[in-house]
Design a protein around this ligand. Structure first.
Ligand code: AMP
Length: 434
């Protein structure tokens, strides 16, 4: 059972005070399991995604340990290093360290690519205890001798599977090799493709394993619906759903960057305030888009999977999968954005004929069927049965004429349990377009 407060986890007093001021009353399951082990110095393999509270699960014990083992801070030589795949995630982790450690004499610095290195080098020189970094920029600064890694006594690889997806695995191994001292190592990953399992095996020493994988979190708390809709009708359906003001802060996902731009443009044409977030956007444009979304200036953020990693915006009312992801874990990551730290949420997916296999894979992963939303304009129509498969191929106009409500009212049909089948979890993430 999850402890009902942080009191029993043995964290230093200043951390407990910071948690109170953050209004964290109760540890999440991964925090409850990981914190006591990590404060003792164990290595850890954490199977967890964003939204489970994993950042605090590693940040709190790191701050605790560094606080209890004070050493003089030296320029460019951090004692703790956190590697993260994206700038957004790195920044958010850095913010968390600063918030939790605000009553401690420890300094956190964040470095990432895509911006001038000048300020980062200056901050490193001034002295750093905890460094949060994306692998590429870290190696750049390491090679320029602005950073030394021999003092790193705690190393965290966060979202290791994403670092693999994004082609950083070699860089990660280089960084690990440069952390020569005796150290505690933590590896977090939402999934365990073989390359990450091997990495974990190579760098962790007798790790504790904690699994709070998506199957058991988030999905239960999120009301999920799918509309079966042809690709060409998706735009109109999105406009119609967004006509409901209850959808006040909406994250829309597309599979490609071009798709994100297109949907964003369409929304703007329909008079809906929207911005796009993807890897082709300059760093300052991304920061601006996130900020506008966070503060409510922009109602809809259209994002690709990778760009959305680590987005930590509270109160996202709805996630809309304009296109379903071709890897099922991404679906769980996506919808997890709407149910942060215990809150419920709503996720709506648009599924065209070609995306049916993706939906199947998603349902297999979650061991559940997603409720089918019937729709009064007739966008939704594709029964799951065999007869329905034939009807799906009819032209949309005919399909519309025959709208069939699977539920007496528009909305959810209870989720049904479906048996899971084993699947090979190899690295299926590819495609630079993401
Ligand atoms: P993470 O999975 O680390 O990205 O955390 C997800 C969100 O949950 C962040 O907004 C955290 O600030 C928040 N959070 C983490 N732990 C707790 C907690 N024990 N109580 C309340 N909120 C939390």
């Amino acid at each position: 059972m999850t402890p009902s407060s942080f009191d029993g986890l043995g964290l230093a007093e200043p951390l407990q005070l910071a948690l109170k001021s953050e209004n964290y009353l109760k540890p999440t399951p991964i925090q409850a399991q990981a914190i006591p082990l990590l404060t003792k110095g164990c290595d850890l393999l954490g199977i967890a995604q964003t939204g489970t509270g994993k950042t605090a699960a590693f940040a709190l014990p790191i701050l605790h340990r560094l606080f209890l083992e004070p050493v003089e801070r030296s320029g460019g030589a951090p004692r703790a290093l956190v590697l993260a795949p994206t700038r957004e995630l790195a920044r958010q982790i850095g913010e968390r360290f600063t918030a939790y450690g605000k009553k401690l004499p420890l300094r956190t610095t964040v470095i990432f690519g895509g911006v001038n290195q000048h300020h980062q080098v200056k901050a490193l020189k001034a002295g750093v205890d905890i460094l949060v970094a994306t692998p590429g920029r870290l190696l750049d600064l390491f090679n320029q001798r602005h950073v030394r890694l021999d003092k790193v006594s705690i190393l965290v690889l966060d979202e290791a599977d994403r670092m693999l997806d994004m082609g950083f695995i070699r860089d990660v191994r280089r960084v690990v090799a440069a952390c020569k001292g005796k150290r505690q190592t933590l590896l977090f990953s939402a999934t365990m493709p073989p390359a990450i399992a091997k990495l974990a095996n190579d760098i962790l020493h007798e790790p504790m394993r904690i699994d709070v994988s998506p199957k058991t979190v988030a999905v239960d708390r999120i009301a999920q619906r799918v509309y079966f809709v042809s690709a060409k009708d998706k735009r109109a359906l999105l406009d119609e759903l967004l006509a409901n003001p209850a959808k006040e802060r909406v994250l829309v996902f597309t599979r490609t960057k071009r798709g994100a731009d297109r949907v964003c443009k369409q929304l703007s044409q329909s008079g809906i305030s929207a911005d796009a977030l993807h890897g082709n956007k300059a760093q300052n444009a991304r920061v601006r888009a996130l900020e506008a979304f966070r503060t409510g200036k922009v109602r809809v953020l259209v994002a690709t999977d990778i760009a959305a990693r680590g987005i930590d915006v509270p109160n996202i009312s709805h996630v809309i999968n304009y296109e379903l992801p071709n890897e099922p874990e991404s679906y769980v990551h996506r919808i997890g954005r709407t149910a942060r730290a215990g809150a419920g949420g709503a996720a709506v997916s648009f599924c065209d004929h070609n995306e049916r296999p993706y939906l199947k894979a998603i349902e297999r992963l979650m061991q559940r069927q997603v409720a089918v939303a019937a729709h009064r304009l007739g966008f939704a129509e594709a029964p799951r049965d065999a007869a329905g498969a034939e009807r799906r191929h009819q032209p949309p106009s005919k399909a519309r004429a025959r709208v069939r409500t699977r539920s007496p009212h528009i909305g959810e049909i209870p989720m049904l349990a479906a048996p899971a089948r084993g699947r090979d979890r190899g690295n299926r993430y590819s495609g630079e377009h993401r």
